[in-house]
Design a binder for this molecule. Structure first.
Ligand SMILES: Nc1ncnc2c1ncn2[C@@H]1O[C@H](COP(=O)(O)OP(=O)(O)OP(=O)(O)O)[C@@H](O)[C@H]1O
Ligand SMILES: [Mg+2]
Length: 260
């Protein structure tokens, strides 16, 4: 078996006297979706940010494709950044309101200074990116406030995928959306994950959603992992009372008809 793409070991995050993440170890195989679930404040986003080195862990290690992420040089980190995409919970806060969609989508290329596309060539590239997430070229000259929450999250996803990352962190990408709109975005993510063979860390507070989308699940409670396993098996036969309470707390996830 191939080595996991991502291995996090013994992650700890301490803020002052409060330890918000304690000894969290995770691994994600290539092409796998790992769900990380837990109630609000359990430390999910903190774990994700440590994995991406957006928050410095108090202790622990992260390896991505064999590279020691926490000790990577600036140059290594820049190379890693393009291999790791991220979509945050709030589609409103994540997009700069003063930027047109064209500039939002072109920004990753400018930062990484690779594809030097201009004019019609650039528009064709950005249009293809929009079409992959169910939007079209009409979005290019518009500003974020001119879109619905679901459309905005699609723009965030297009941007996260711009540099063809292998790994995508999705931090509650649909929890700010209406159920039916969120379900369409979930199906889009599922399609993209399959067509691109993405490896994903999917954060959610919903066990039914994790069961629908993820291969495996890790359950976080007060910053500690309490249960890890196959997503369906954990949902059907949770070992921990905390996992049972999480399952009971969330309504069933109903998959929408595939319209993508
Ligand atoms: N920069 C910080 N300084 C101090 N405490 C923090 C900081 N960031 C997060 N915390 C605390 O760490 C704990 C875990 O927060 P985190 O955002 O990781 O939870 P979460 O599981 O993502 O919650 P939610 O589902 O609401 O997004 C919370 O108690 C939070 O208040
Ligand atoms: Mg969070």
């Amino acid at each position: 078996m191939a080595a996991p793409l991502l291995i996090a070991e013994g992650l700890v995050k301490q803020y002052g006297s409060s330890r918000v993440v304690s000894d969290v170890s995770l691994s994600i195989a290539r092409g796998e979706i790992l769900g990380l679930v837990g109630e609000s404040g359990s430390g999910k986003s903190t774990v994700a940010r440590m994995v991406l080195r957006l928050v410095e862990p108090t202790a622990g290690s992260v390896h991505f494709d064999g590279i020691d992420v926490l000790h990577a040089s600036d140059a290594q980190m820049k190379a890693l950044r393009r291999r790791m995409g991220v979509v945050f919970q709030d589609p409103f806060a994540a997009l700069d309101p003063r930027m047109r969609v064209r500039d939002i989508l072109a920004e990753p290329f400018a930062i990484h200074n690779d594809v030097q596309l201009h004019g019609a060539e650039l528009d064709a590239k950005l249009t293809a990116m929009l079409e992959e997430v169910g939007l079209d070229a009409a979005a290019l000259p518009r500003y974020p406030h001119q879109f619905s929450g679901g459309q905005r999250q699609r723009i965030n996803i297009a941007r996260a995928l711009a540099l063809q990352p292998e790994f995508l962190v999705l931090d509650e990408p649909v929890s700010a959306l209406d159920v039916s709109v969120g379900a369409q975005v979930i199906n889009l993510l599922r399609t993209l994950q399959r067509t691109r063979g993405l490896t994903c860390l999917f954060i959610s507070h919903s066990m039914p959603l994790v069961r629908y989308l993820c291969d495996r699940v890790a359950v976080l409670h007060h910053g500690r992992l309490v249960e890890t396993g196959d997503a369906v098996a954990v949902c059907e036969h949770p070992r921990e009372a905390y996992t049972q309470s999480l399952i009971a707390a969330t309504p069933e996830f109903t998959a929408p008809a595939l319209v993508e």
